[in-house]
Design a protein around this ligand. Structure first.
Ligand SMILES: *Cc1c(COP(=O)(O)O)cnc(C)c1O
Length: 365
């Protein structure tokens, strides 16, 4: 029996190799390696896909979050609310801008930021809330936006795991001031290389982001502010244009695999992420929790199913944030998840036989 990995990038890339290489050739012939027409083409296509006005391509998702904070004028002395249960880069964006991430626990069932715990963390220094559409499932946008509006602070979406996810049937990416994306190869929409993006409906933010990512200039060699080199590469942009055409199909395939897991895994030891009616997930990951995680993982591995863990340490207990003074017990739901999470195989190219095998093996545990 061959092993089933949590993610196998080779299958997707072998299927579309000829198309991707043809796109690379065009970039090469035009020597459009940094920014340029292939990045602009992708930006326009991604804006149309998300139903937003602007997309700004950047070099990775962490830069997207960093630049979003800068464009909102967030800096030293400011606080930004971030879920404790997320990939650490959500907090990096805040830290890189010189501000302080203030963590909030997740709910015990959706595993998303718990909106009812946000207001207690808001003070005069709070400038924004970053909600994360974690594992591909939208967070409770209405509840978070209501709090942001009430306190006159910004809401930013971290949509790195959620290209094409829907909230009440509207694509994520336009609900806050900006939304930040990663096109890391392992994401639902991933470049052949490192890349990221920011979507916004605000013309002024778009213009500012364009300058910030390109050395703080709008006119060549005239630098209006201290800027960054965070442009997207042309090869990355071209590969993203090719893949965007397939994203809907790949997301639907993930949704059908998730549907099989949800309807056919009937082992009461396995807990799945709760699905509120307004959330249409694109299942970047399929995370479950199991009380006796180590034994469960051993059982999977003995049956050639290789899981992953998203994420084994919540942000507030990472060494990098030790200076914030958190301790175990501060955010019990996030800590429970970290200690009990197991990510099942999830990618569009899984075969029916493989999905059936995962289900059988889990039901036999
Ligand atoms: C991947 C990811 C990022 C960061 O993206 P990079 O492209 O790896 O820098 C940020 N937030 C979340 C939730 C992510 O999953």
């Amino acid at each position: 029996m061959s092993q089933i990995q949590c993610l196998d990038l080779k299958r997707q890339h072998q299927k579309i190799k000829a198309e991707i290489f043809a796109a690379f050739e065009q970039v090469y012939e035009k020597t459009a390696f940094s920014g340029g027409p292939f990045v602009e083409k992708f930006e326009n296509e991604f804006s149309a896909f998300c139903g937003v006005k602007h997309t700004l391509g950047v070099n990775n998702g962490t830069s997207a979050l960093h630049l979003a904070m800068l464009a909102l004028g967030i800096g030293p002395g400011d606080e930004v609310i971030v879920p404790a249960n997320t990939f650490i880069a959500t907090a990096w964006g805040v830290s890189h801008a010189g501000a302080t991430p203030v963590f909030v626990d997740c709910t015990p069932d959706t595993w998303q930021i718990d909106a009812s715990k946000i207001e207690a963390k808001i003070n005069k220094n709070t400038k924004a809330i970053i909600g994360v559409h974690l594992y591909g499932q939208p967070f409770d946008i209405d509840a978070v936006k209501k709090i942001a509006d009430k306190h006159n602070i910004f809401m930013v979406e971290d949509a790195a795991q959620a290209q094409g996810a829907r909230f009440n049937n509207t694509c994520v990416g336009g609900f806050g001031e900006m939304a930040c994306y990663s096109y890391y190869p392992g994401k639902n929409l991933g470049a052949c290389g490192e890349a990221g993006g920011i979507t916004t409906n605000n013309d002024a933010y778009a213009a500012h982001l364009k300058s910030l990512r390109n050395h703080g200039m709008t006119v060549r060699y005239y630098h209006d502010e201290i800027g960054y080199n965070m442009r997207m590469g042309g090869l990355e942009g071209a590969s993203l244009s090719v893949k965007l055409k397939y994203l809907q199909e790949w997301n639907e395939k993930r949704r059908s695999i998730a549907g099989l897991y949800q309807s056919k895994i009937n082992n009461s030891k396995v807990t799945m992420q709760a699905q509120p009616s307004w959330a249409k997930s694109i299942y970047h990951l399929f995370v479950v929790t199991v009380e006796d995680k180590d034994a469960f993982v051993k059982h999977l591995e003995q049956n050639d199913i290789i899981p992953a863990y998203h994420y084994p340490v919540p942000c507030h207990l990472q060494k990098a944030y030790a200076h914030l003074g958190h301790k175990a017990g501060d955010f019990p739901n996030s800590e429970y998840l970290a200690n009990h999470c197991v990510s099942l195989p999830m990618f569009a190219e899984l075969t029916d036989e493989e999905v059936a095998r995962v289900i059988d093996v889990i039901n036999a545990y």
